[in-house]
Design a protein around this ligand. Structure first.
Ligand code: BGC
Length: 733
């Protein structure tokens, strides 16, 4: 055992990781909570067998060719409510970007897809995130589902993470607020939203077996803080524990994660469901805090939360009170989120309205990274050569359980890859067609980009070349490197050499390396753009809307700058083989210094920093002041639109603790201003960002001393700084 690993396990004990099993059934049901009360009444009349049945969902169909169970609609899982209980069956569907139709099991299973989670987060707009969540929540409800497996809040610790596109980014505050807002939106539609994958499922490599090893204190200040803030913001009815192990113990039988942190410290009243195939025991998992086994008939080695758990109760290994608590938590969430009083009413989806939501989300989330000589917005009368990325037909999406079947069908026929997740799916929202519609007086040609010489000829004949470049990422596998797919790097370099007025539109699952960066005039990071993506991109390029996205992940100059330059065991081999690499350990010795904090701590210069994003106007800030009153650090400043177009600025406040360490995002504001307009802005800093987590006493502690406060356009902006003295203070966890 490595030394650092031993230290983590020891400090885990100090942190209460080995919490007494008694805490497992010490429920935290708030007295007077109406949902709790209603649940108690229902459960008072329920037999032990019926209670037990609430703890186990079955595969909903589409899993390795399985069919939907009787009563199930065809989705990730199904749970039949006990007869006569008055409770609804649980129709459980993936995922965080829209309603999935696994293996096309439902006849009319296509739905509207949001852009990637990174895109929604890059808007820094909690209202937009909430509206996006409400849209997919409504589609879930109209499709007959009442539980949505969406709300991914793992930190994107590594820019090669296969599922980063389902998450929000590398900062706990930003992630917590943005994902929490999406969750609140989903739940506004009487659908339970599931905060996942709890916790440290930050990589896909060996995800079924890997132990993410980290000092629990650092975990509380990073990944767990993100989950904590998402929980407070969104109040999800369920939390999904992840596949991986954390400090040796599987997340779904990890008492520190489930009992101590989630239920005891954060007073979480809802239920914990396992990821599909993440339950490994009956008594151990139940006592550690798992409340419901998901798709246990297909996904797990054995159906643990059925006869085996009943036998545990009979033998006294699990007290009946713990079973009662599990059932109480589940039924409470059904009442709290309105599932009992507002059962889904199936109806055709309002595709036009919903696609507009997805489009606006993308318009706010795309990030303008480069705009030399104001090449953007494009002139509406220019000769434009559009090149590559299947821009003639659609936009790419990420693969895996968050993949939505496109309305209108798939528009790019791939090679027919049999292995999970199959060929990349393109949504039929063509940027080329949208650009032609947006600028009918422009002359816009298309070249597929497959032959570089032909693309170069097209670029030479045009005023501007717009190259679309993709990076397909998917659940189950991390990107083996940070390159764009196929010949994109060579294509862009050649096109830019032929015509320096080249703009690159990137549709990527992750940050990528951009070896051609300084030779192109413009770069728009469009992420996975979603169902309205083509239109959104065209409107951004022609200035119908101004870009307002800001990065939530650092773009490094090279993989050597990363905390972990290599992902141990990542290969381009069969994805299943990779997920099950045995006995992998990943020691996160960078602790809570994730992403920009790692760069700050090590004085590394990124290619594009966290928080960065351009627009079509300019802003100036001044008058920075920081004051500490009523135990609250408040930062005020003025923002002014100094350009000639209306625009949105996202000024960010970063803080530095008196005892050093990397800077932390403390808050932000999204400000819309007309040309010449200015506004005074006030940002309150979440006290946990001013504190260290004190593992010994299980609380946050703000040290006394001078805190630095930066007002920045990104995490590397040092132009405006003040300091403020804070007294020492402790906060309950
Ligand atoms: C994924 C979850 C998903 C579940 C059900 C798992 O493989 O990790 O995110 O919700 O499958 O499809």
């Amino acid at each position: 055992m490595k030394l650092s690993r031993k230290i983590f396990l020891l400090s885990a004990v100090a942190c209460g990781m080995m919490v007494a099993h008694d805490a497992a059934h010490a429920a935290h049901h708030a007295p007077g909570d109406p949902a709790d009360e209603k649940a108690r009444q229902v459960l008072a009349h329920m037999s032990p067998e019926d209670k037990m049945s609430l703890l186990f969902s079955v595969d909903g169909g589409g899993f390795n060719g399985s069919v939907a169970p009787p009563g199930g609609l065809g989705s990730a899982a199904y749970l039949r409510a006990p007869a006569g209980s008055g409770l609804p069956d649980l129709q459980i569907s993936d995922a965080g970007l829209g309603i999935r139709n696994p293996a096309h099991i439902r006849k009319d299973g296509a739905a509207v897809s949001l852009p990637s989670g990174l895109s929604t987060a890059s808007s820094w707009d909690m209202d937009m995130a909430r509206e996006a969540g409400a849209m997919i929540g409504r589609e879930a409800w109209q499709s007959g589902f009442n539980v949505l497996l969406g709300g991914g809040a793992d930190l994107t610790r590594d820019p090669r993470g296969g599922r980063n596109f389902e998450y929000a980014g590398e900062d706990p505050l930003q992630t917590g607020r943005m994902v929490g807002s999406t969750i609140a939106g989903v739940q506004s539609q009487h659908v339970i939203s599931t905060l996942k994958h709890y916790a440290m499922n930050d990589l896909e490599t060996s995800r079924m077996t890997m132990s993410a090893d980290i000092d629990p204190v650092a975990m509380r200040e990073s990944d767990l803080l993100g989950f904590e803030i998402a929980l407070e913001t969104g109040h999800p009815g369920s939390v999904m524990c992840s596949y991986n192990r954390v400090n040796d113990l599987y997340a779904c039988e990890n008492p520190y994660l489930l009992n101590t942190t989630l239920k005891q410290d954060w007073h979480y009243p809802g239920f914990v469901m396992s990821d599909w195939g993440a339950t490994h025991s009956s008594a151990r998992a139940a006592l550690a805090g798992l409340d419901q086994e998901s798709a246990g008939d297909h996904a797990d080695a054995r159906p643990y939360f059925q006869a085996l758990l009943a036998a545990d109760v009979k033998a006294g290994r699990v007290p009946q009170s713990r079973i009662d608590d599990m059932a109480q938590r589940i039924v409470r969430s059904l009442f709290a989120q309105g599932l009992v009083d507002h059962p889904p009413q199936r109806a055709p989806l309002d595709v036009v309205t919903d696609t507009l939501v997805a489009q606006r989300d993308e318009e706010e989330g795309a990030v303008l990274l480069r705009n030399e000589g104001n090449i953007l917005p494009l002139s509406p009368t220019a000769r434009i050569a559009v090149i590559g990325g299947h821009a003639d037909v659609g936009v790419i999406s990420g693969g895996g359980s968050s993949q939505v079947d496109p309305i209108g069908g798939e528009v790019v026929k791939g090679p027919g890859k049999k292995d999970w997740p199959g060929d990349p799916v393109y949504f039929p929202s063509s940027p080329l067609k949208a650009m032609r519609a947006e600028a009918p007086s422009a002359h816009i040609t298309y070249d597929p980009g497959t032959n570089i010489a032909a693309a170069v000829r097209a670029a030479r004949a045009a005023d501007v070349a717009v190259v679309y470049a993709t990076q397909f990422t998917f659940e189950g596998m991390d990107a083996p490197n940070m390159h764009l797919d196929g010949n994109a790097d060579a294509l862009i370099a050649a096109v830019a050499a032929a015509n320096p007025r080249t703009v690159v539109v990137m549709e990527t699952g992750d940050p990528v390396l951009m070896p051609w960066n300084s030779s192109v005039a413009g770069v728009l990071e469009a992420w996975f753009p979603g169902s309205g993506g083509g239109t959104a991109i065209a409107r951004l390029l022609f200035g119908k809307v101004a870009p307002s996205g800001h990065l939530t992940m650092t773009f490094p100059q090279a993989e050597s700058q990363l905390a972990h330059p290599d992902i141990a065991g990542v290969t381009a081999n069969n994805v299943f083989e990779m997920q099950f690499h045995t006995d992998q350990e990943l020691v996160y010795d960078e602790g809570s210094d994730v992403g920009y904090r790692w760069f700050d701590r090590n004085h590394l210069k990124p290619l594009y920093p966290f928080g960065y994003g351009l627009t079509y106007t300019t802003f100036a800030t001044d008058g920075l002041a920081a004051g500490y009153h009523h135990k609250q650090l408040t930062v005020t400043f003025n923002v002014r639109n100094t350009g000639t177009r209306p625009g949105v600025d996202v000024p960010q406040v970063y803080v530095g603790l008196p005892d050093g360490g990397a800077r932390r995002l403390g808050g932000w504001q999204r400000v819309t201003l007309a040309p010449g307009e200015s506004r005074q802005v006030s940002v309150q800093v979440d006290p946990r960002l001013l504190a260290h987590f004190d593992g010994r006493h299980d609380r946050w502690a703000i040290p006394s001393g001078r805190f630095r406060v930066w007002l920045g356009t990104s995490a590397v902006d040092d132009s405006q700084q003040v300091s403020v003295h804070l007294p020492a203070r402790t906060l309950a966890p």
